[in-house]
Design a protein around this ligand. Structure first.
Ligand code: URP
Ligand code: ZN
Ligand code: ZN
Ligand code: ZN
Length: 461
């Protein structure tokens, strides 16, 4: 074996299906070998991982960067979002090219893709289709050739990104031929708007009432309708930010029946509940779907640990308190979404692995391996094996901290997890063999992010 550029010695190397104590050799940004502990040849750069876990870098399948919705744009850009990501152990984000009104599907993707080299970690992209015209199929063909095979769609947000059923069906059928997949936000807009009207008629539709305006039934109804379209189209489908056990059960049953249906959950729906809307800062917790009852959160956590969900994302949206309060008296006008790319892995690890609810292998599967697979990035991402990118996180399972907004790096002034105790933290983080965080300090000199093209996820049909 020629001398590796870098060796990581003696850590417990975790993949989705194994934990093995090994040395990891890195050459030209990739893992070149795993050896018995102590057997790797000396290298110019060595990192001691004794007593630490070595995880594949986190892959965040749902991360909005510089995202404009209505009058509001999230406050981060690629440098800011990815600096926060790597501090939290995430080394690949999958962002969205969401068209602003009048923008073409491909142009929205290219606008975000140009940002990738400014990142401190790598990135992929989802396209977004809002309506179908005679050019859409050709645009999706072009994007598939450029490494974008997933398409975000929404059943809600009228006059912004909402797509009708015909558009969803056409997009599913077209992506099926490309080995791609629709990623869909499911809430029945009819039920949501009617409920908003009822709440508004009562005289208060402020952030304190947010959870009442988007009922659980709206989510189940939309998931059922979209599952039917996917079955009719014989197309795969991925449901983003599932927030209720009922909605997850619909997807679980479809998958058990042999259909290609997947569910994502985001950390805030697993760890926060609607009690946050009774707090002094309810606006900071306004997201769609909303935070649910404690009972629902318990059911959702149960679904996660029993394997009903495929991925854990962040749905990172970096608004600050000023933006959130601007329209807090009317949730219909507020910017929705919570900052979370940096806290995704530490909060999920504490809640599920340190608490004994989940083995670390399952954590890696949910936060890196399955997100990589379901985005066409595997085995380059989401795996520690020869040939994979050397995106590695040295993780101290015993390290403790308390979440403080002032210690975080996201371009906002708050975190929904303020004061939460953590056990288990990333210590040192490598992106394609470069150390970007060492002993919890950011040491990257300049950004070297790459856009990572996705391969087809499923065989084309
Ligand atoms: O509240 C959310 N999730 N806002 C971001 C856009 C979306 O729906 O994912
Ligand atoms: Zn959404
Ligand atoms: Zn989102
Ligand atoms: Zn720092």
């Amino acid at each position: 074996m020629s001398a590796p550029d870098l060796v990581i010695r003696g850590g417990d190397v975790v993949n989705a299906d194994s934990v093995v104590r090994a040395d990891i050799c890195v050459s030209r940004g990739r893992v070149s070998a795993l050896t018995e502990p102590g057997a790797a040849p000396p290298a110019e750069h060595e990192v001691d991982a004794t007593g630490l876990l070595v995880l594949p870098g986190g892959v965040d399948p749902h991360c909005h960067v510089g995202f404009t919705s209505g009058e509001f744009t999230t406050l981060d850009d690629y440098p800011a979002a990815t600096r926060a990501a790597v501090h939290g152990g995430t080394t690949t984000i999958v962002d969205f090219g969401i068209p602003v009104p009048g923008e073409r599907v491909v142009d929205a993707v290219h606008r975000q893709r140009e940002q990738a080299p400014r990142g401190y970690c790598d990135s992929g992209l989802h396209a977004c289709v809002v309506d179908w015209d005679e050019t859409t199929g050709g645009q999706l063909d072009q994007l598939a050739g450029e490494g974008v095979v997933t398409v975000k769609m929404f059943t809600t947000y009228r006059d912004e990104t909402m797509a009708d059923e015909e558009t969803i069906l056409r997009t599913m059928k077209h992506l099926r031929t490309l080995g791609g997949m629709v990623y869909i936000h499911c809430e029945s807009n009819t039920i949501v708007e009617d409920t908003q009207n009822v709440v508004a008629a009562g005289g208060d539709i402020s952030a304190h009432r947010h959870h009442e305006t988007r009922p659980e039934l709206s989510e189940s109804a939309a998931v059922a309708a979209v599952l039917a379209l996917a079955e009719h189209a014989d197309a795969p489908v991925y449901f983003v930010h599932q927030s209720t056990p009922e909605a997850v059960a619909l997807v679980e049953r479809a998958r058990r029946e042999g259909r290609r249906a997947y569910g994502e959950v985001v950390v805030h729906h697993l760890t926060l509940d609607q009690g946050a809307y009774a707090s002094d800062h309810p606006e900071r917790f306004v997201c769609c779907p909303p935070l649910r009852s404690a009972h629902t959160v318990q059911g959702l956590r149960q679904k996660l640990v029993t394997g009903a969900l495929s991925t854990i994302g962040s749905d990172h949206c970096c608004y600050d308190t000023g933006q959130k309060v601007a329209a807090k008296h009317d949730v219909r006008a507020m910017p929705n979404g919570l900052p979370g790319v940096e806290t995704r892995l530490p909060v999920a690890f504490s809640e599920f692995v340190s608490s004994g609810l989940m083995p670390v292998t399952q954590f890696v599967d949910l936060t890196a391996t399955s997100p990589a697979r379901l985005n066409g990035l595997y085995p380059r991402k989401g795996l520690i094996a020869p040939g994979s990118d050397a995106d590695l996180v040295l993780w101290d399972p015993q390290a403790t901290a308390t979440v403080r907004s002032s210690d975080l790096h996201m371009a906002t002034d708050y975190t929904p997890y303020e004061g939460r105790p953590l056990r288990g933290l990333p210590v040192t983080v490598l992106v394609r063999g470069r150390i970007v965080v060492r002993d919890r300090a950011f040491i990257a000199d300049e950004p070297h992010g790459q856009f990572v093209p996705a391969s087809p996820i499923h065989a084309a049909r």
